[in-house]
Design a protein around this ligand. Structure first.
Ligand SMILES: NC(=O)c1ccc[n+]([C@@H]2O[C@H](COP(=O)([O-])OP(=O)(O)OC[C@H]3O[C@@H](n4cnc5c(N)ncnc54)[C@H](O)[C@@H]3O)[C@@H](O)[C@H]2O)c1
Length: 349
């Protein structure tokens, strides 16, 4: 029986991947190494926790000894690294060190262990944000050959992790593959992120704080489309290669806000423009023709339908939302996240 090591499996994308993988691959053991930061919630995987093929290990990928112990004990054939500090605003507002610790040093520890113990494939989950920002009025998209130009501490730390991965392929022939996905949406996403945040603000009667002029564009991808792409890359992706995974679905933030309000039958007047995020990337758009052509993947989920389902999921799971906010206060009491505070206390000016 083969073993796959997943890191960050209690987070948003990781938990969806774990659930789908266990369903589809009963011939695999799956080990989930997660530090359980505020964004990592074991309840996201309550339904699989008793599965005999599933093993959860609480641990930090920035802890070299912990990583080595896990590799020694479970001897993973495959690794998929989802573990990350992932919220851009937090990387900007004072917590950049956490991003470097996990997204750079953590990746280094995993690569070192993979080199020492040997693996068949190492998939690094990265982001379109490493490529920087595109002009609003252009049709250009990021390809796998676009030069890296990260503009926030988050994207810079992810870019550094990616470059380490490339170097371990070139220098040590470690079979590493990197995926760059666009913005994911779906259930179980920490409520500080745009879609759950706006949905929850709208449910509370607003306001919905919108950065700048609201015209920034993101390419939205349903989380299960990403999960399918990652699985294809894990089994069929060519070592040393990079694959873009986009939704072919560019939407401006203002339109996301309006669609959510429409779904919940609330007025557009709940939108409140606020000072822009420093260095706010204007537009992301991914050219995913490589993964479509090579691995036969394409996004399948319809945005309007799945946005509706997603918004309803946050409406219908108030206990999960309350638990997520409580987790932040318990696990990282020092962290102040304005988006989370406004969820509970209303938007300060
Ligand atoms: N969410 C998106 O839209 C998106 C888009 C592109 C790329 N990505 C990338 O996908 C990956 C997963 O993103 P997500 O949205 O699921 O993130 P998330 O914040 O929801 O989850 C991150 C998970 O990693 C765990 N973790 C954090 N630091 C750790 C450490 N040091 N050791 C072990 N575990 C640790 C957390 O506890 C949590 O379970 C990240 O690498 C992110 O950069 C996300």
């Amino acid at each position: 029986m083969k073993t796959v090591l997943i890191t960050g499996g209690c987070g948003f994308i990781g938990s969806h991947f774990v659930r789908e993988f266990l369903k589809k691959h009963p011939d695999f053991k799956l080990v989930n190494l997660d530090k359980l930061t505020y964004a990592g919630n074991p309840d996201n995987l309550k339904d699989v926790s008793k599965n005999s093929k599933y093993k959860f290990v609480k641990g930090d990928i920035a802890d070299k000894k912990m990583v080595e112990t896990v590799f020694k004990k479970f001897k993973p054939d495959f690794v998929v690294d989802f573990a990350a500090e992932s919220h851009v605003d937090r990387s900007i507002h004072g917590y950049a060190k956490d991003f470097v610790d996990t997204n750079v040093y953590g990746v280094f520890n995993l690569l070192e262990a993979a080199k020492k113990f040997g693996v068949k494939k190492f998939v690094q989950i990265s982001t379109d944000e490493v490529y920087g920002s595109l002009p609003l009025k252009s049709r250009t998209k990021f390809t796998e050959r676009t030069r890296y130009n990260p503009r926030s501490p988050y994207s810079a730390s992810k870019a550094a992790g990616d470059l380490l991965c490339h170097s371990y392929f070139i220098t040590y022939n470690l079979p590493v593959v990197v995926t760059h996905s666009s913005n994911n949406y779906g259930s179980y996403q920490y409520p500080e992120k745009l879609i759950p945040f706006f949905a929850l603000r709208a449910l509370k009667g607003g306001p919905l704080p919108l950065y700048g002029d609201g015209k920034n564009i993101r390419d939205w991808l349903h989380v299960l489309d990403n999960v399918e792409a990652i699985e294809k890359v894990l089994f069929k992706g060519r070592p040393g290669e990079v694959y873009n995974v986009g939704g072919d679905n560019e939407v401006a933030n203002i339109d996301i806000a309006k669609r959510i309000l429409q779904i919940l039958r609330k007025p557009d007047s709940l939108i409140k423009y606020v000072t822009d995020r420093p260095g706010h990337d204007r537009r992301y758009a991914l050219d995913s023709s490589k993964i479509k052509k090579e691995l036969g993947w394409k996004p399948r989920y319809d945005f309007d339908k799945m946005l509706k389902e997603t918004v309803k999921w946050y409406r219908d799971n108030p206990d999960w939302v309350a638990g997520a906010i409580k987790r932040l206060k318990r696990v990282n009491p020092h962290i102040k996240i304005e988006t989370v505070d406004v969820l509970t206390t209303g938007l300060s000016s």
